[in-house]
Each structure stands twice: as structure tokens, then as C-alpha cells.
Design a protein around this ligand. Structure first.
Ligand code: SAH
Length: 237
């Protein structure tokens, strides 16, 4: 079955955008995945086609209305089992393991917020899973949705050239990736590390593992414990 992203946005013209080129774009053209960008404004009811209103209780900005967004979600007619994601800085931070889960499923319905966000009641009523792409605030959910879709699409079968190229990347084993090199052999006086041109695959693998571990422990010690956990002894709970 074709992996399908249905995106609800006030700016459908932003899609496919960067998803239309390179790996994701080729896969889209090949039909490995499908993209539908739906205009939330199409579900507006008044003659001004308004989708937002001022926050109850006061405060700056505008809030996407629950009724309009719910109507847009319902109109998308997504199967009940499809993950319904709301891009949101309050969400659970996206991880490679969640990306892997999503890529293994049928796709996702992805809602892009704008302005100050969306009315809380639609999150509850439509059981939206809030997903963040990091601890910073974007002006809208579209770029966040593109990041999520891109991360999923590259894992779909047939998208990456080599089946194994996703296996030893950053995060796939709780380690950042080892440094990569290619020609020329010497760049501004810096040679490619000797081992990598030795042809000794076992030594290359050992070197890469050590580099990945060193990089992870200096840059991302928060990831490190997962790869350091000793096997549990049967006595421990
Ligand atoms: N006032 C809100 C921010 C709204 S930003 C708050 O403080 O939480 C407008 C929209 O951009 C959000 O509704 C969300 O869809 C999107 N967005 C902003 N930052 C994001 C992030 N880090 N991850 C995912 N989506 C984000």
C-alpha cells in the first residue's frame, strides 16, 4: 500500500515544496508515497472565510477555531486507524524511533497550526497527537510537517539507494554517525584517515564505532546511556 501524507494547512501552496525534489521528490513521482495538501480555509463557513479568532481570556494573536479545524479534519475522511498528528512546540519531540513507526504504517494526517495555535478542544475532540520538531518556535506547522514527512519518506522501501543506508545512521543505534570522507585524498593538507583507505573492513568498522562513540559522548551525552547500558542481570528487577 502506498504511504500517504494528508496535510491540513492554511497554505497548501507550500506543498510539495522541498518534498518535490531529490529523494522524496523522486519517490513521489514514482508513486512510492502520496501527498495531499488540503486547505483548512475550505472548511470556513462565513463569507469572509475566517478560520481564526481572538483568544478567550485575552492575550496576543489569534487562535485557529475548533469548529473550523474539526470540519477540515472530518472532511479529510482519514481512516480511524491513521495517526492524526498536530505539529506543535508543546508536543512530544519527534525521534527517529517514532519516525520509523510512522514510516512502517499507512501514513499520517498532519495538521499545521498557525498564529498562536489551535483551540484546545479540537485537540481533545479529535484526539490529536501533538508532535514537536524541537525546542524552538516556528511561525507555522508546515515546515515542521515537511521535516516529519521527509524523515518518514526516506525510510520507505525503495526510496534510499541501498537498503542498508538507513541502518547505521545517526540515532538508529543511539549513536551519532561517524565522520564521512570522500575524494580528494588530501583536502587543504588534510588527508583522509589512513584506516579508511586500508581496505581492512574489520578495522574500518572498529574505527567507525569508536569515532561514533567518542562523538556521541562529547556532543550528545544524553543519548549515550542507551548505548552504554550493561545487560541486565537476572537478579535485578
Ligand atoms: N503560541 C504557541 C506557538 C504557536 S507557533 C506556543 O507558544 O506554543 C504556530 C504554529 O507553528 C503551531 O501551532 C505549530 O503548528 C507550529 N510550530 C511552531 N513551532 C513548532 C515546533 N517546534 N514543532 C512543531 N510545530 C511547531
Amino acid at each position: 500500500m502506498t504511504w500517504r501524507a494528508t496535510v491540513l494547512t492554511l497554505f497548501p501552496e507550500m506543498f510539495p515544496g522541498p518534498l518535490g525534489v531529490s529523494l522524496a521528490g523522486k519517490a513521489l513521482a514514482l508513486g512510492i508515497w502520496e501527498l495531499e495538501a488540503r486547505d483548512i480555509r475550505a472548511s470556513a463557513t462565513d463569507k469572509h472565510r475566517s478560520v481564526d479568532d481572538t483568544p478567550a481570556g485575552g492575550g496576543p494573536g489569534m487562535v485557529l477555531r475548533a469548529d473550523i479545524l474539526a470540519a477540515a479534519i472530518d472532511a479529510a475522511n482519514a481512516p480511524d486507524a491513521l495517526p492524526r498528528l498536530l505539529m506543535s512546540p508543546r508536543g512530544r519531540p519527534l525521534t527517529q524511533s517514532r519516525v520509523r513507526q510512522l514510516a512502517a504504517g499507512p501514513g499520517a494526517l498532519i495538521i499545521c497550526g498557525r498564529f498562536e495555535g489551535v483551540d484546545e478542544r479540537v485537540i481533545e475532540a479529535r484526539q490529536l497527537e501533538e508532535v514537536s520538531i524541537g525546542d524552538y518556535v516556528l511561525s507555522g506547522g508546515e515546515i515542521a510537517a515537511m521535516a516529519l514527512i521527509d524523515a518518514c519518506v526516506r525510510l520507505l522501501p525503495g526510496v534510499m539507494g541501498k537498503a542498508e543506508s538507513g541502518a547505521d545512521e545517526s540515532f538508529s543505534v543511539s549513536l551519532l554517525e561517524y565522520p564521512q570522507y570522500t575524494r580528494p585524498q588530501i583536502f587543504e593538507g588534510r588527508p583522509i584517515p589512513e584506516i579508511l583507505i586500508s581496505g581492512d573492513h574489520a578495522r574500518v568498522a572498529t574505527w567507525r564505532r569508536a569515532e561514533a562513540e567518542a562523538l556521541t559522548s562529547t556532543r550528545r551525552p544524553d543519548l549515550w546511556p542507551a548505548s552504554q547500558k550493561p545487560p541486565k542481570s537476572p537478579k535485578e528487577g
